[in-house]
Design a binder for this molecule. Sequence first.
Ligand code: IPE
Ligand code: IPE
Ligand code: MG
Length: 240
Amino acid sequence: MSDPKIPAHVAIIMDGNGRWAKKRGLPRTAGHKKGAEVVEQILEDADHMGIRYLTVYAFSTENWLRPAMEVKALMNLLRTYMISSMEKCAKNNVSVRVIGDRSKLSADLQESIGNLEEATKNNTGMHFQIAINYGGRDEIVRAVKKLVAKARAGEITEEDVTEALIADCLDTAGLPDPDLLIRTCGEQRISNFLIWEGAYTEYYFTDTAWPDFTKEELQKAVDAFGNRERRYGGLTGGQS
Ligand code: IPE
Ligand code: IPE
Ligand code: MG
């Protein structure tokens, strides 16, 4: 059996790229570039630590509000990642899935996402999810639309609507809920990330900005998780 002290699924709100860059007198985009390098390292570190699922928040449905130049730089980084990580994922046996509404992304980015998912889908190692144009509320809206279509087609009735059916219509269908969610750079909020899936997730906040995040920081979060008592609304261990 897997060690309950090691979270099977870790989700990360990678925040603070802009502040990291500003502190160094660099453009915000320099922070995003360094942040993208850190993702690659943390993916490997998480794998070595026995984490089976890693989900990172790369671009939210609200991040379109940023200046066009910053959005463009972020999309370019994602574009590069989809292509450059192909070989590494094959070597490390990692499967990649993108969550979020990809229909709003450029056609070429959608294509390279599809290619990376397809090329890695049979890999049996770590599962790596990247949230792009992802919003928890938007994910639920899209799930409800799928259910309405099913009902219209006569495939389901009111009685069929359960938590499991809703979960099956989310982008995260088939994934276990996150056990641990880490947010970097001091903010203590969820910013529309995995709001359905995070119902019983343990949260961990650190002041470290994402570009400075390291394996040691990840280990600290995992250690803190190991000391938490998860009750899921029940009673403490041993009581009944
Ligand atoms: C996280 O860093 C990356 C994205 C949201 C795309 P930010 O860009 O939010 O950095 P801060 O929060 O402004 O420092
Ligand atoms: C959350 O960070 C989104 C990502 C990390 C991609 P934001 O920087 O967008 O969140 P807020 O605006 O501080 O809530
Ligand atoms: Mg931020």
